[in-house]
Design a binder for this molecule. Sequence first.
Ligand code: G3P
Length: 224
Amino acid sequence: MKFFLDTANLDEIREAASWGILDGVTTNPSLVQKEGKTFQRLIEEICKLVDGPVSAEVVSTDTIGMLQEGQELAKIHPNVTVKIPFIKAGLPAIKGLSEKGIPVNVTLIFSPIQALMAAKSGATFVSPFVGRLDDIADEGMKVVAQILEIFDNYDFGTEVLVASCRNPLHIVEAARLGASIATMPFKVMEQLIHHPLTDVGLRKFLDDWAKIPKELRELTVVKS
Ligand code: G3P
């Protein structure tokens, strides 16, 4: 499963990229707003930091506007994926951009049928928002499971990008279901690394190591 970071913060992206497990980045207008920087510059900088798809979202809500904006965004960098909201006017925009070879991430997906329609329109990625479904006492992961089941029956080539992940369990469940990608906030990616037993175990190893006399600890470097 690919790990994407759901952020527009360059420091977070730089740090996660340094871990060697970052496959892409998703942004949205709310995340961009937090950074207080020029949108285009931000996307350019993100594309320099990560070697993978970088989602940049359109804000037009009419088809022509989404098509124009999508084409402009795609010019920023070859790794830009245009994010289109799943609305009626978005369907022809998804199709139009996909036919031009521009990858599209269809966002704000909350039902399996929306995902199916997005895939039929040529989407590269569909983004079901699991956290926001959980927020309204629905089951986000059930929707992901249904989307994967439907996609398994056909040959769309559309990848399921699990979005609105709020905790490590969302990532575990996405992986168990076989979703291609999970996008997560930096905090969640960091939480995935830590386990208290790892910390306790390492402390014990290092304490015991320190009890060994120095001369018995030293490695003999064999010169070739
Ligand atoms: O990028 C879209 C999605 O991941 C947003 O997550 O936590 O605002 O529902 P959230």
